[in-house]
Design a protein around this ligand. Sequence first.
Ligand code: ZN
Ligand code: ZN
Length: 458
Amino acid sequence: MKTLPFALLCAAALPASAQTLSPERVAALRDAALTDDVAYDITEGLTTEVGQRLAGTEAEARARAWGVAKLKALGFKNVHIEPYDMPVWVRGEERAEILSPFPQKLTLTALGNSGATPATGLDAEIVAFPSIAALKAAPDAAVRGRIVYLTHAMQPTQDGSSYGAFGVVRRQGPTVASQKGAAAIVIRSIGTDHHRTPHTGVQVFAAGVAPIPAAALSIPDAEQLDRILKRGKPVRMRLLLTPRQTGVHPSGNVIAEIPGRDPKAGLIVIGGHLDSWDLGTGAIDDATGVAITTAAAKRILDHGRPLRTIRVVWFGAEEVGLFGGTAYAKAHAGEKHALLAESDFGADRVWRFDSRVAPAALPVMDRIADALAPLGIARGNNEGGAGSDIAPIAATGLPVVNLRQDGMRYFDLHHTPDDTLDKVDPVQLRQNVAAWTAMLAVVANDATELGPVTPGAE
Ligand code: ZN
Ligand code: ZN
């Protein structure tokens, strides 16, 4: 009888599931990650050495160069930039004051793609609406030539769902106000803090709609305006906003890989976005997202070659319109993606694990859930949504997992000058790295097909 070396015999005879790491080894990797310093090091380095990094600007280009150097230094392979072009809007001066009945300065910031006032500013009477529905229902004559003030009642939620519900004020308010002939619009910031730190964020005027000046008052300033309006007298505001569109400029995604043992098993894509708004230093949005996912991948890299290739993507230009995620989907549509996951909701602890995989792959998700439970993470459902950057490629029917972070203080800081390093809790950051490490340890060493899934089940 011919004999084969024992190891070769085993490899040939055993099913793919035998490639998997034992629960004990997954747990050991997870627990070691609770002492991680790589994620904090990336967050601290990016926010200190680059700082704010608005998409399409020279600062975002410096962030890409910083990312390439860091990922190479960590030992990742195939580190490179995938460029694309995009239109770029930049902030100018921004000032507001009440002229009457109670003259005083207010704190605000322009929303993305805001139009500009004349260089000398714009004076007009305020017309206030409690909701986008009320603005839509108003006769044009009540709005024409005025400054629309649009408010809302957003409260924090653990799952961040209030952002979807109230973010419409920012996303649609400027277009609706312009369509009705408003001179400008100011909104109550889409946020949940009580500090004089206004929240910016993108809005895009609908096709054919003239850009008007559009800005967000800090929440204390919005509440001040509410009290002034309640006095019942006409309120006049002077507004000076001088942002501008600067044309088309280069941006790009930074990509790094851990090559897997079996190319046929497909790629796992993880990451966050490298660009930030231009007010803070983009610590929680989203330096920590790239940091958490990279630190977890580094732990898998150091443990030995995984079965599946892990691709880490630091997406560009998320904030201003998903240019990086869209470019990635276009460039990589033909590749076999086994799983996608993104971290873009701050740095507070992961509290829930959702997935969207084929029913036959649920036992793999059960193994992840078992590994996450000791971190205080609950198993959610199998109807998980994709993060924004991975959404364009996920829409083709690819499986996703979602390690959901606690959102109770995220919208206190989101898109404000206060999004800075000191807000990152190193203990919660490490819990994130541990959760991502456990998830990767399971799926990167298992050949089970996780898809296909029903596209667009967001
Ligand atoms: Zn983000
Ligand atoms: Zn953001």
